[in-house]
Design a binder for this molecule. Structure first.
Ligand code: 1CP
Length: 342
């Protein structure tokens, strides 16, 4: 029996959509908080294969999701390219900035990332041994634009202003940085697939701030390049692309990039996405994560609405963005029961 997620990704319309959740291993789960305390800080957890595998498995044990996503972070790859990375408690990531031609030239080569990232591949090997046979293992990386926004600003930002400013002031340096990240991402995802990842996902969390030609040049084009190489090396491995808040940019995104599935955020309605995006292939999404906090009949109604909207084509049920730390684990169970019983 082929795994449900792989069937949906191959284009099959299933009577009940497979289901998993972005950030399903995370702070809303008491068992995650306990393991994280045992590891010390967040990065130590990411680089500890036994504990990273443990937190990946926790939501599978609780909810029986159809997919597990490798526990890691999109900022590990830029860290492997050289810049220092740390997390300020209660604030988020901080990173040495990369903004000059010299700094871009000084980044490590794509082949040199594996020294740093080998624990991640070990996590994947452990997971392939320990996951139930019906559960699909998803590997991931940040898409180049989103990774570049953190490398340029040295931290998260609401409007990605520093990256837009560099793009305007020194397009050659900006484009060179995007190229370096693109090449390294190909090597990183290839190594994840070789270690056992069955699907890979590219998170372009800040794609929505790229407009017009910039969206084509820096959201579509790097994603297309990464997928083109992966499809030569690993034609059997499906790719999910998540150009978050792309709006009209979702239309035709799968065709333009070669992605097998496009993940949809909750700023667009499921009916709109079913009509405009799902004809292009499998879609994933798009329940608003806030329902995992508020629960109740609203959660049931909204979950059924997403299932019903996408019923006519291949669909993987997910949230429109990651679950938040204040979510109630009981609401997640209600969502899963509603999807499977709907
Ligand atoms: O435990 C903690 O306090 C750390 C919180 C945390 C977690 C649980 C971070 C810090 N990263 C993660 C794990 C993570 N990050 C996963 C693991 C698997 C899962 O989904 O269960 C994944 C896929 C990511 C991806 C990620 N990291 C993205 C893309 C997806 C998205 O949410 O848009 C981004 C933008 C990051 C950067 C990052 N890492 C962590 C934080 C708080 C942030 C956002 C920082 C910011 O922009 O301010």
């Amino acid at each position: 029996m082929t795994k449900l997620i792989l069937r949906a990704l191959a284009g099959e319309t299933l009577p009940t959509p497979p289901v998993w959740m972005m950030r399903q291993a995370g702070r809303y789960l008491p068992e995650y908080r306990a393991t994280r305390a045992q590891a010390g800080d967040f990065l130590s957890l990411c680089y500890n294969p036994e504990l990273a595998a443990e937190v990946t498995l926790q939501p599978i044990r609780r909810y029986g999701f159809d997919a597990a996503i490798l526990f890691a972070d999109i900022l590990l790859l830029p860290q492997a390219l050289g810049p220092k990375l740390w997390f300020e408690t209660g604030e988020g990531p901080r990173m040495e900035t990369t903004t000059t031609p010299e700094q871009v030239a000084a980044l490590r080569t794509s082949g040199a990332i594996h020294d740093t990232l080998s624990p991640i591949y070990e996590t994947i090997r452990i997971l392939r041994r320990e996951l139930p046979e019906e559960t699909t293992l998803i590997g991931f990386a940040g898409a180049p634009w989103t990774v570049a926004t953190y490398m340029i600003a040295g931290r998260g930002s609401k409007d990605q202003g520093a990256a837009h400013a560099l793009k305007a002031a020194d397009r050659a340096t900006f484009a060179a940085l995007i190229d370096r990240i693109t090449e390294a991402t190909v090597e990183y995802l290839s190594a994840q697939i070789e270690a056992g990842a069955e699907v890979v996902k590219l998170f372009d969390s800040w794609a929505g701030s790229l407009k017009g030609a910039d969206f084509t040049d820096f959201a579509v084009e790097p994603t297309r390049r990464i997928i083109a190489v992966l499809k030569v090396r690993h034609p059997e491995t499906p790719v999910i692309a998540f150009p978050r808040e792309a709006g009209a940019g979702y239309i035709g995104f799968a065709k333009a990039t070669g992605a097998d599935c496009v993940a949809i955020d909750n700023s667009v309605s499921p009916e709109w996405a079913a009509e405009n995006v799902q004809p292009g292939g499998c879609v994933q999404g798009n329940l608003a994560p806030g329902h995992m906090v508020t629960g109740g009949q609203d959660l049931i109604d909204a979950t059924r609405r997403v299932v019903d909207a996408f019923r006519g084509g291949p669909h993987i049920f997910n949230l429109g963005h990651g679950i938040t730390p204040d979510a109630d684990p009981a609401n997640v169970q209600l969502m899963v029961d509603t999807v499977r019983g709907a």
